[in-house]
Design a protein around this ligand. Structure first.
Ligand SMILES: [Zn+2]
Length: 442
């Protein structure tokens, strides 16, 4: 039975995910929680009046957000403790000209985003959420709550070999959601969007909705599952569970310390991170420079000293051993649900963790009263990657890749362990508070 503290944090996680059907909604929910906790929003265009011990956050391109508490000492003396995660999940995205009419049906043209498990999107009650940019220059979050659309499987009578040959889905032909029946008088998806915005009190006309960044999402809310509520069943655990843990840890990490504490929740991880908002961009480097200004002149020397005194915990979900597919794991490295955070290691640097980082994270876990698990992939199977190695190379700081164990990664509906939520938050909170970054030559 999960502990009561774990259950309340888990229901808060489910609430966070339910409120975040798109990366833009995840940023909006994160922003709401930061504002509630007294953080102030900074505008990248303006000059910032930060002070030591200040609490602030910055949003980049709608889907990336960084929040920080500046230290009482300059970062070249005390370093920056960072936690990174990502706000995006594999899904279906609406195409720019989405209205399709086909055999009496109205459908929505979609692109696949990231490495989604296609079959899991079939026969689910889907809806649409994201943001729209208008020709008047404003941007609005938009979300439909009702099950607007569905991608129907073809009946087994018309696909007799599906159970022996597997379900093969061509993403251009077979993943097109149906929005309704063709009534001739419809004004398309933009008409629906305009009506939805008007319901929210936003004056919008269909022909002004020029830019669309819209995700399909499953309307079934997240829930606890299993005989003893051991499981969390919901969409987007990868990687909103890590975003929620990082945010909760920062908010729990107390008064300002000597070192600066920061969380960065990036968009575009699932598609390689190469964007203005992604981990391959200069977002964090800009932030570190601007934070350094609080304490005096920024020089190349003190920027290098800051990097050498800093550490990033890159948090992304890990593969728990699957009872029906346990041979997919190296038999010495079988992360189990409910048994705590997983340190992810790959000698070919698909994960950035080194020996010193491993020891650092394990010690932090033990201080919190539990151990970390270990993951390496089989030699004959590929290994996923994440923002860890990208950030380690880009910023030049020691990075530890970690994550909570889960099943069904990249499914429309995933599963993780209730008992792991509080542990990850506890170790992140401890790391943000404690500092004690090992020296770079170690
Ligand atoms: Zn991920």
């Amino acid at each position: 039975m999960p502990e009561p503290s774990s259950l309340s944090l888990t229901s808060d996680l489910i609430d966070y995910i339910n409120r975040s059907p798109s990366p833009y909604h995840a940023v909006s929910e994160t922003r709401r929680r930061l504002l509630d906790a007294g953080f102030s929003q900074l505008d990248e265009r303006e000059s910032w009046n930060l002070k030591p011990g200040g609490r602030a956050f910055v949003i980049r391109a709608g889907g990336t957000i960084a929040a920080f508490i500046t230290g009482t000492l300059g970062p070249e003396e005390s370093g920056v403790l960072m936690i990174g995660a990502h706000t995006d999940s594999p899904n279906l995205r609406v195409k720019p000209l989405p209205d399709i009419k086909n055999h009496g049906y109205v459908q929505v043209g979609v692109e696949t985003y990231g490495g989604l498990l296609r079959s899991t999107w079939m026969d689910r009650d889907l809806s649409i959420a994201g943001r729209v940019a208008t020709s008047k220059g404003d941007i609005h979050l938009v979300r439909f709550d009702s099950p607007l659309c569905r991608i129907s499987n073809v009946a087994i009578h018309l696909n007799r070999t599906v159970n022996t040959d597997g379900l093969k889905l061509n993403p251009q032909k077979h993943l097109i959601p149906t929005l309704g029946l063709d009534h001739e008088d419809e004004d398309g998806l933009r008409g629906l969007l305009a009506r939805r915005l008007n319901e929210e009190g936003i004056n919008a006309e269909a022909d002004t909705l020029t830019g669309l960044e819209l995700c399909l999402y499953d309307t079934q809310a997240g829930t606890l599952g299993g005989a003893d509520n051991e499981f969390i069943n919901t969409a987007r655990l990868d990687n909103l569970a890590s975003c929620h843990a990082a945010l909760t840890a920062l908010l729990d990490s107390g008064e300002a310390t000597e070192h600066t504490r920061m969380i960065v929740l990036y968009d575009h991880e699932e598609v390689g991170s190469q964007s203005q908002a992604g981990a391959k961009g200069r977002f964090v480097l800009h932030l570190l420079e601007r934070i350094a200004h609080v304490y005096g002149d920024v020089t190349p020397e003190n920027q290098a000293r800051t990097a050498a005194r800093s550490l990033l915990v890159s948090a992304d979900m890990a593969h728990a051993v699957h009872p029906n597919y346990s041979d997919k794991h190296d038999q010495q490295h079988l992360p189990k649900m409910g048994q705590g955070p997983v340190i992810k290691i790959n000698v070919n640097q698909s994960y950035a963790t080194d020996a010193v980082g491993t020891a650092f994270f394990e010690k932090a876990c033990q201080t919190c009263g539990f151990s970390a698990q270990r993951f390496v992939s089989r030699n004959d199977m590929g290994c996923g990657s994440t923002i860890g190695p990208i950030s380690a190379a880009r910023i030049g700081i020691r990075t530890v890749d970690v994550g909570n164990p889960m099943l069904s990664m990249h499914s429309c509906r995933e599963t993780a362990g209730t008992g792991d939520v509080a542990k990850m938050i506890a170790v992140m909170t401890h790391i943000l508070r404690a500092g004690n970054v090992p020296p770079p030559e170690a």
